[in-house]
Design a protein around this ligand. Structure first.
Ligand code: TXA
Ligand code: MG
Length: 322
C-alpha cells in the first residue's frame, strides 16, 4: 500500500524540512539519481535510511552539502580537493576526504571511518540543505540490490509503502551516480566511475587518477576499517571481570557488575535506536582501555541483521582481515 505523498519540488520545502527535523527520511531529486535523504547529524534519521533500503550492511553514505563553506566545516581540503570542488560543484563529483574532528556528522554516516564522502548536488537538494542548515546523508533511493531510481515514479514504485514523501523534480539529468574520487596525501584514486569522466577530473586536478583493481571500494565491508583496538566477543551470555560491555535491551548478561565500562545500544530493545548508537558506543568502549568488548546477543531481524554484520566483522580474527 502506497503511503508516500508526491510533491513537486516547488511546493515540497516546508513538508520536507518538517520530516527531516523530526528524524525522518525524504526522497529527493538530484542531478544524478534520486536520493533517500536524512539529516546527517541525526542518528535516528540515518538509521532509518538503512531500514528503508533494507541494506544488509552499514555501507558509508555520501554527505550532501549546500556550499563549500559547509563542506569545509565537515572535511579537511587540500589545494587539489579544493580545486576539484570549485571546478565541479555543484555536480556529480563526490570527494572522499579526511573528516574534520568534531564535525557533528553521525558516525553511522561514515560507518565509523575517519574519512567522509562529500558532494554538492544541483537543484532542489541544494536548496533544501541550505534551508536545513545541515548536511543530508543520502544513498540512492532504491531498495538494496535494485537499480537506482531516476524518476519520482520509480522511487514510489520501490519505496512508496515505506516513506512519507517523494519530491518530484522530474527525470534526473545525469541518470547515473556521481564519480567518487578519494584524495589521500595529494594523490587521487577513482573509487567509482560516474557522472563526470575521469579525464575531466585529471585535467582539472593536473594529476592522473589511480584506479583500484576492484573498482568500487566499499570500506563498510572491510573489517580492518572498522575493527576497534579491543577484541570483540559477540553473543556474550556472561561478562568476565574487566571486560567492557556493549549491552542491548532491559536485561543484563551475567557478571555485568564487574564490567570495566558499559554502554547500552537501546534500553528498550529498539533496533533503530541501537543502529544509530552502534559506532559511537563501540568507540566509547574502545576508549575505556578494556582489552575485550563483550556484546550481548542482538536479534537479527530488521536492522539487527546489519548491526550483527558490523559486529561480527569487528569480532573477526585480526590476522584474517584483508
Ligand atoms: O550520485 C550519487 O552519488 C548518489 C546521489 C543520491 O547523491 N548517491 C549514491 O550513494 O550513489 P550510494 O550510497 O549508493 O553510494 C555511495 C558510495 C558507496 O559505494 C560507498 O561505499 C562510497 O560511496 N563511500 C561513502 N563513503 C566513503 C568513504 N568514506 N570512503 C570510501 N567510499 C565511500
Ligand atoms: Mg546505490
Amino acid at each position: 500500500m502506497r503511503v508516500a505523498e508526491i510533491l513537486a519540488a516547488g511546493e515540497a520545502m516546508e513538508r520536507a524540512l518538517a520530516l527531516l527535523e523530526g528524524g525522518d527520511v525524504v526522497a529527493i531529486p538530484t542531478e544524478t539519481v534520486y536520493g533517500l535523504a536524512a539529516d546527517a547529524t541525526n542518528g535516528v534519521g540515518v538509521a532509518r535510511i538503512f531500514e528503508v533500503k533494507g541494506r544488509p550492511r552499514f555501507n558509508p553514505l555520501i554527505a550532501h552539502v549546500a556550499d563549500l563553506a559547509m563542506a569545509e566545516r565537515i572535511a579537511l581540503f587540500d589545494p587539489v580537493s579544493k580545486r576539484l570542488a570549485q571546478t565541479f560543484w555543484p555536480g556529480p563529483l563526490t570527494l572522499v576526504l579526511p573528516q574534520r574532528p568534531g564535525n557533528g556528522i553521525h558516525p553511522l554516516v561514515t560507518a565509523g571511518l575517519d574519512t567522509i564522502a562529500l558532494r554538492m548536488p544541483k537543484g532542489f537538494g541544494g536548496q533544501l540543505i541550505a534551508r536545513l542548515g545541515r548536511p543530508l546523508a543520502a544513498p540512492s533511493a532504491n531498495s538494496s540490490g535494485r537499480i537506482s531510481a531516476t524518476t519520482a515514479e520509480a522511487v514510489v514504485a520501490d519505496l512508496g509503502s515505506k516513506i512519507k514523501l517523494v519530491i518530484d523534480g522530474g527525470a534526473t539529468s545525469v541518470g547515473l551516480e556521481s564519480t567518487i574520487v578519494k584524495i589521500e596525501g595529494g594523490k587521487l584514486r577513482l573509487l567509482r566511475p560516474g557522472g563526470i569522466a575521469a579525464e575531466e577530473i585529471e585535467a582539472a586536478a593536473g594529476v592522473k587518477l589511480s584506479r583500484g583493481a576492484a573498482g568500487i571500494e566499499a570500506p563498510g565491508m572491510l573489517a580492518s576499517h572498522y575493527a576497534p583496538g579491543a577484541a570483540v566477543r559477540v553473543n556474550a551470555a556472561k561478562v568476565a571481570k574487566g571486560e567492557a560491555l556493549l549491552a542491548f535491551g532491559p536485561r543484563r548478561a551475567g557478571g555485568w557488575q564487574g564490567a570495566a565500562a558499559l554502554r547500552n545500544l537501546s534500553e528498550t530493545g529498539d533496533l533503530r535506536e541501537a543502529a544509530s548508537n552502534l559506532f559511537a558506543h563501540m568507540q566509547d568502549l574502545d576508549r575505556s582501555g578494556a582489552k575485550t568488548i563483550a556484546v550481548e546477543p542482538i536479534p537479527s531481524d530488521g536492522l539487527g541483521e546489519a548491526i550483527n554484520d558490523r559486529l561480527s566483522r569487528a569480532a573477526a580474527p585480526r590476522d584474517k582481515i584483508d
